[in-house]
Ligand binder design. Structure first.
Ligand code: UN1
Length: 513
């Protein structure tokens, strides 16, 4: 029955047996090799996508650059209306798209719906923002002069996204880029190409209904080589890339080599500090959801629990016992907490982490292991694991995109816990569990967490779209989504106007002819 409903969902989203992976809105053209999308849920082939060749890419860029010429002149609130209609279409397709996300990527159905909800939320946010692309006015030092700044559309925004949030991260970028007057070219992960096709089909309808140029939203498909076409292309002033730190370093260097801009949202190594004043019940829920939600494949997943020695055993027992309750299985079945990881390569990384943590001196508290047998035929289901470890272990310093949680002990005060928390190369998300005001404020202060996200009495994952999302250090420094993240999608211009009959120079310089 589930399969049948999935077929309906695919049909609603316009997914065919073979999909044109290179498309600019309505006209699909592509000629590359075939990419097969297999579901990690049951190992079945869902559908195929053609990949983008250099010749296809040239056509896409022609279409995108031409679309920008007109789209940039449309008033921003009218562009907001387009994004409003897109949000409405997403509401209508929430069930179908959420299901596809769950089936193609493997996250739980609830999380699939939640991801589509993030898309809807960012559309609403962007619609309001389309009337608030404010610049400042300044007081000129010269008489009879006016000075202000304004933001103009920038051009083609290249989006490279990861498999773990196969639709929401695209929407965070596009909803803002579109109200800013930019056009977008998207390379989704080659592990979730059908999510890309589905999103493109949804926005293509909106574009067609409004008689707009189709190049406003373009899709290209394939592996990193297809991404390189964009990162090397001077016609793409901004590359927004989400994924591993390894990928981000390559993208950053390529884009910087042509002095383009990049917005990077890379790996995390997120920790929850659990102090003696923590609410243990809340801690367990936050830590377990953070560590096993999306099978540990969020960039915000909780990887480390830093627990005070005085409550260490109590927290350890509570978390280990909660792991005993977890139901692992088909993520489309709402009774299950944990679905599969994305593919067998991810299973290898998971196995490697468990081997490494033991080899480096750690101790497994919840052993983990790969599940087999009925319901686990895809070979991608793993048991969430917990290990007692040391922050200095090489494997703990490294982001493993799988449900492996490390327990670390601290003694002393929050400053000692912070030294452990900040003692990694990544800086995305962080949390403290405490009812002690002094501890909480210290954690948020200048000498506190060095991450882009710092939460009190909330886990590390599950950020709302209204805040700026991203992190420091090897997380790449970019900010997507809410707050003033829109500014990176526009070019800023400072304007000074002289409405007098003389030409005084700034800094009091005299230049008389
Ligand atoms: C990601 O994993 O790339 O904060 C994004 C969260 C989600 C977004 C995660 N709202 O966990």
């Amino acid at each position: 029955a589930e399969q049948f409903k999935m077929k309906e969902a695919l049909a609603q989203l316009g997914i065919k047996e073979i999909n044109a992976g290179t498309s600019t809105g309505l006209n699909h053209f592509s000629s590359g090799t075939i990419l097969e999308s297999h579901s990690p849920v049951d190992g079945q082939l869902i559908a195929k996508v053609t990949t983008t060749t250099a010749a296809d890419y040239a056509k896409v860029m022609d279409s995108a650059t031409a679309a920008f010429q007109t789209f940039r002149t449309m008033p921003a609130p009218q562009r907001g209306e387009i994004v409003r209609q897109f949000g409405e279409k997403l509401r209508k397709n929430k069930e179908a798209l959420g299901k596809l996300v769950s089936y193609e990527m493997g996250k739980s159905l609830q999380e699939g719906y939640g991801e589509v909800q993030e898309m809807i939320d960012i559309c609403d946010f962007a619609v309001g923002l389309s009337r608030q692309l404010h610049g400042l006015t300044m007081h000129s030092e010269r008489p009879g002069h006016r000075m202000y700044e304004q933001y103009h559309p920038m051009g083609v925004v290249g989006i490279i996204s990861a498999f773990n949030f196969p639709v929401a991260v695209w929407a965070w970028n596009t909803a803002l880029a579109w109200i800013c007057g930019d056009v977008c070219v998207w390379k989704p992960s080659e592990k979730t190409p059908l999510c890309g096709i589905a999103c493109q089909n949804i926005i293509a309808e909106v574009i067609k209904e409004n008689n707009l140029p189709e190049g406003i939203s373009c899709l290209i498909n394939g592996d990193y080589k297809v991404g390189e076409m964009m990162t090397n292309d001077p016609r793409v002033p901004l590359i927004s890339a989400t994924g591993s730190t390894r990928m981000g370093k390559i993208v950053a260097q390529t884009v910087a080599g042509r002095l383009g801009k990049s917005l990077l949202e890379l790996g995390g190594n997120n920790a929850i500090i659990v102090t003696p004043d923590a609410d243990i019940k809340m801690t367990v829920i936050g830590a377990v959801f953070g560590a096993v939600g999306t099978a540990g494949q969020r960039c915000t997943s909780t990887r480390r629990l830093i627990i005070h020695e005085s409550i260490y055993d109590k927290v350890k027992e509570a978390v280990v016992s909660a792991y005993g309750q977890l139901r692992i299985g088909n993520p489309l079945d709402e009774n299950n907490h944990v679905g599969p990881v994305i593919d067998t390569h991810a299973v290898e990384m998971y196995n490697n982490a468990l081997t490494q943590v033991v080899a480096q001196g750690g101790k497994l508290l919840v052993e983990g292991g790969v599940l087999s047998g009925q319901g686990y035929e895809s070979g991608c289901y793993v048991k969430p694991a917990i290990a007692e470890a040391d922050n200095a272990f090489e494997i703990v310093q490294h982001e493993t995109f799988a449900p492996v949680l490390y327990l670390l002990k601290y003694s002393g005060d929050v400053t000692d816990a912070l030294a452990i928390q900040n003692g990694v190369a990544q800086g995305l998300s962080s949390a403290i569990m405490t009812n002690n005001l002094r501890e909480a404020e210290l954690f948020l202060s200048v000498v506190g967490s060095d991450c882009g996200i710092a939460n009190v009495n909330i886990g590390t994952s599950g950020a709302e779209i209204g805040g700026a999302f991203g992190g420091e250090k090897e997380t790449g420094g970019g900010r997507e989504s809410g707050s003033d993240a829109w500014k990176v999608y526009m070019r800023r211009q400072t304007n000074t106007i002289n409405y007098t009959t003389s030409l005084p120079l700034a800094q009091g310089i005299k230049f008389d002819l």
